[in-house]
Design a protein around this ligand. Structure first.
Ligand code: SF4
Length: 354
């Protein structure tokens, strides 16, 4: 027998009202929350732990207090304020989304799923979160956590997005019709929270779970056999050789390509190779430098990659023109304001990851 949707929805709302975390972006009840805190937190929380977002969120908000401030800001300012969160593509998309909201919708969220899905960086999950948390609309928000909870409730080994959306819609349809502010936003946020805190991938705390009486995976005795994640991609290794060249005008920097890892961020000139370490011979062919002195070697982990850095200090060849656009010199004060990835901050500023 399938779990009763009304019982599940009621239990989730009661549990969330009593036990939810007090997070700064939850500044108003789910369903009537202002757009800007919802937008910021949803972009920041994608693939990033809450602990990191708790550090970055107030800093970002102090730098850009309103959606209009963010929309007006320059690209480099926004990327620099994103430091510590990684996945800088999200910062670009958030910025583009803020601009689109101001230009197309006067800085407000349209209560129209198609218009929200047309915003930059807004997929099905983010659209559901925005529409339900800001307008209390019954639109599912299926992230990895919610998919796992719904799969376990129905004792499914895994669920497709379509199946999970169908299961979530069943719960939304049972929102009490006479309590419009106790509906969909609260339900979505409770499902997300339960997946993050209680129904975790490896050790679900069924004994403390508000859905225990309705859960088919729990009744089966081995909840971790259900709602399994898709197999993760194998890790790859990237070899990186970075050359630090100084002059009285500062240190030589270049922008990264506009696509891919750390797109558009600044760095000291760097060669990368997926296959083998980069030789000093190759560095000398690529850059007009003479002596190369190794000064540092370290590894940096991203979600799917290990990056092996070798860092050199170099002196330029006589009369060599180094600062040819887009390369340029940057002072230390300027470096502190530019968007720079964590490993390059270590190289250029002697700073570890925040
Ligand atoms: S009872 Fe256990 S498996 Fe079922 S939803 Fe709760 S924590 Fe997850």
């Amino acid at each position: 027998m399938n779990p009763d949707p009304r019982t599940i929805a009621d239990a989730l709302r009661r549990w969330f009202a009593a036990d939810a975390r007090d997070l700064p972006w939850r500044c108003a009840p789910a369903g009537s929350r202002p757009l800007y805190p919802v937008l910021l937190s949803e972009f920041m929380l994608q693939q990033t732990q809450v602990a990191r977002v708790l550090i970055a969120y107030p800093r970002f908000l102090a730098r850009f207090p309103t959606l209009a401030d963010l929309a007006r800001a320059g690209d480099d300012e926004v990327l620099a304020a994103w430091t510590g969160l990684g996945y800088y593509r999200r910062a670009r998309l958030l910025h583009a989304c803020a601009r689109a909201l101001v230009e197309r919708h006067d800085g407000t969220l349209p209560p129209d799923p198609a218009a929200v899905r047309a915003l930059p960086g807004v997929g099905a999950y983010t659209a559901g979160a925005l529409l339900s948390l800001c307008h209390d609309l019954p639109v599912p928000a299926i992230d990895t956590n919610v998919r796992r909870v719904l799969s376990r409730l129905h004792a499914a080994a895994s669920m497709s997005t379509t199946q999970a959306e169908h299961a979530a819609r069943t719960l939304h349809a049972d929102a009490p019709p006479d309590t419009p502010r106790a509906g969909s936003g609260l339900l979505n946020e409770a499902l997300i929270e339960l997946g993050a805190l209680i129904c975790t991938p490896r050790s679900p705390a069924c004994e403390r779970c508000c859905l225990r009486a309705s859960c088919r995976a729990c009744a089966a005795g081995d909840p971790t056999a259900f709602g399994r994640p898709a197999p993760s991609r194998p890790r790859t290794t990237m070899h990186c050789a970075t050359v630090v060249i100084r002059s009285r005008r500062g240190v030589l920097i270049e922008p990264r390509p506009r696509q891919g890892l750390w797109a558009g961020l600044w760095q000291a000139p760097t060669l990368e190779d997926r296959g083998r370490p980069i030789t000093t011979h190759r560095l000398r062919s690529a850059l007009p430098v003479q002596s190369l002195h190794p000064v540092d070697a370290f590894e940096f982990q991203t979600t799917h990659r290990t990056l092996r850095f070798r860092v050199y200090e170099a002196s330029p060849r006589p009369h060599a023109r180094l600062a040819v656009a887009p390369r340029r010199w940057a002072s230390r004060r300027e470096l502190e304001r530019l968007p720079i990835s964590s490993p390059q901050r270590r190289i250029l500023l002697g700073l570890s990851s925040p």
